[in-house]
Design a protein around this ligand. Structure first.
Ligand SMILES: *Cc1c(COP(=O)(O)O)cnc(C)c1O
Length: 466
């Protein structure tokens, strides 16, 4: 079938009948994550057929900018030749064998690489297959570590308000986003929840830097009272992502590390989102020269190609699990696909791209340019704050800029902006009233300019229409 409808559209690979049938099946069979399905069933699903660089192509051949890096995972673009090649080479050998009782070549190579890359002191790698699970592993290790050390009263965790650590029950227990986590509260274990830095809406009504990080003093207050029963402090270093890309003031992360050391509790850094260059450094902990005791990584680990995750542990923690078999100090945990060869091969290729293409170095001008392009938004009457760290940008929309009055969530301003962006050829996914923009790290400066221009136009289109 011939199809000629402007420069954005290419030849369809499928007939319109095949497409209609697939759209019907898309409504009928899949239950989508974080999606009101009644609404989904009424809409026309956006069916992706392929990708190329920072673009996705739908089943009609229409092209979109991947403005969310396929939900924060993609780093070097889609169909990156070196990534594709590494996976094809691996599949010619083997796709998967277990890590229970055996090991494999890509897993060994990757573990060695990760230890070399990670903040110093993290010397052991426990593989799993998604970020939530990497956090579950960290929680169980932290708990069991204290058990082995004879500190059996250390069974609790300190986590932050606005935290997001995944969707499994343990990681939801650590979560602090009412909309996502509130429903499940009867199922969850209690944690010590402390207010988190969110300078635009400071829970202590203070201003940085005059506040002298009073929010960190709150952590200290809880630790000083309860450290005897606390196994670990759990944080998302430098930025709380899912809560709305809430960036941290300088010094907070370092203070948390110092407090954990002083009160003898472990520090678990959830770098699932921030790891692999997202914030401008390989890991966000590097911004303040911090080494956590346990660190979870996932999203960018395979460059956005395959589900693989890992929990890195300090040698001292690992050592506490050593003993005679009959002591049962073993870490009794593992998943079917732990150490999957294809995933590990993808992760190795990802890391090699960072090295060969000097990804972090080449990120610097992009980060500065992104900040410059975003500037015009700061004067918009419905923009409360524009936040950025590395190649993460986010716009918090407000009803009243002076009084910082938020839009009611049910009015779905974030969604409206994303809808306008889609019309202009860019995929965005809002977090309530916050609209994040997260290009793949491989984005070029002209592409970045285009993405920000679409973001700005979409915000204007929505806010002036009202
Ligand atoms: C995405 C995310 C998770 C959960 O990872 P999944 O792979 O989706 O299970 C955990 N922590 C943070 C900070 C995340 O952004």
């Amino acid at each position: 079938m011939k199809y000629n409808d402007g420069p954005m559209k290419r030849k369809r690979s499928k007939s319109i009948e095949v497409i209609r049938r697939m759209e019907a099946d898309a409504r009928r069979y899949i239950w989508h994550p974080f999606t009101q399905m009644a609404e989904w069933e009424k809409g026309t699903p956006l069916i992706i057929e392929r990708g190329e660089g920072i673009h996705l192509y739908d089943i009609h051949g229409k092209r979109y900018l991947d403005g969310v890096s396929s939900i924060w995972v993609n780093l070097h673009g889609h169909r990156k030749a070196a990534m594709d090649r590494a996976i094809k080479n691996q599949i010619n050998k083997i796709a998967h064998s277990t890590l229970l009782g055996l090991t494999n070549i890509p897993a060994i190579r990757l573990a060695k690489k990760l230890v070399a890359l990670a903040p110093p002191g993290l010397t052991k790698v426990f593989f799993s297959d998604n970020g939530s699970t990497a956090m579950e592993v960290a929680l169980k290790i932290a708990f069991q570590y204290w058990h082995h050390r004879g500190r059996t009263q250390k069974t609790k965790f300190l986590s932050l308000v606005n935290a997001y650590h995944g969707d499994t029950i343990g990681s939801v227990s650590l979560g602090g986003i009412e909309l996502f986590h509130g429903t499940y509260s009867p199922l969850l274990f209690p944690t010590h929840k402390v207010g988190a830095p969110y300078c635009y809406r400071c829970f202590l009504s203070k201003t940085y830097p005059e506040c002298r990080l009073a929010c960190a003093d709150e952590v200290e207050t809880v630790l000083s009272r309860h450290h005897q029963e606390i196994a670990a402090v759990v944080i998302e270093p430098m930025i709380q992502g899912a809560a709305g890309m809430l960036t941290w003031p300088p010094g907070y992360l370092k203070r948390i590390r110092d407090l954990c050391t002083r009160y003898r509790v472990l520090m678990i850094a959830d770098e699932v989102f921030t790891g692999f260059g997202r914030t401008g450094t390989m890991f966000a902990c590097e911004h303040e020269g911090v080494t956590p005791d346990l660190m979870a990584i996932a999203k960018g680990l395979t460059g956005g190609y395959l589900p693989l995750a890992a929990t890195l542990a300090a040698g001292e923690i690992y050592d506490a699990f050593l003993g005679e078999y009959r002591e049962f100090k073993t870490f009794f945990h593992g998943h079917s696909y732990t150490g999957n060869q294809l995933g590990c091969a993808a992760a190795l290729a990802n890391i090699e791209i960072f090295e060969k293409e000097r990804v972090l170095e080449r990120l610097k001008p992009k980060i500065e340019t992104l900040a410059r392009f975003l500037k015009p938004l700061k004067d918009h009457p419905n923009v409360g704050e524009v936040r950025q760290i590395g190649l993460i940008a986010a716009v918090e929309l407000v009803k009243d800029r002076i009084k910082k009055v938020p839009f009611p969530l049910e009015e779905r301003w974030g969604y409206r902006v994303a809808g306008e962006a889609l019309k202009r050829g860019m995929i965005l996914r809002p977090l309530g009233n916050v609209v994040p923009l997260l290009p793949p790290l491989s984005v070029t400066i002209p592409q970045l300019k285009k993405m920000v221009a679409i973001l700005i136009e979409s915000i204007r289109a929505v806010t002036t229409a009202d």
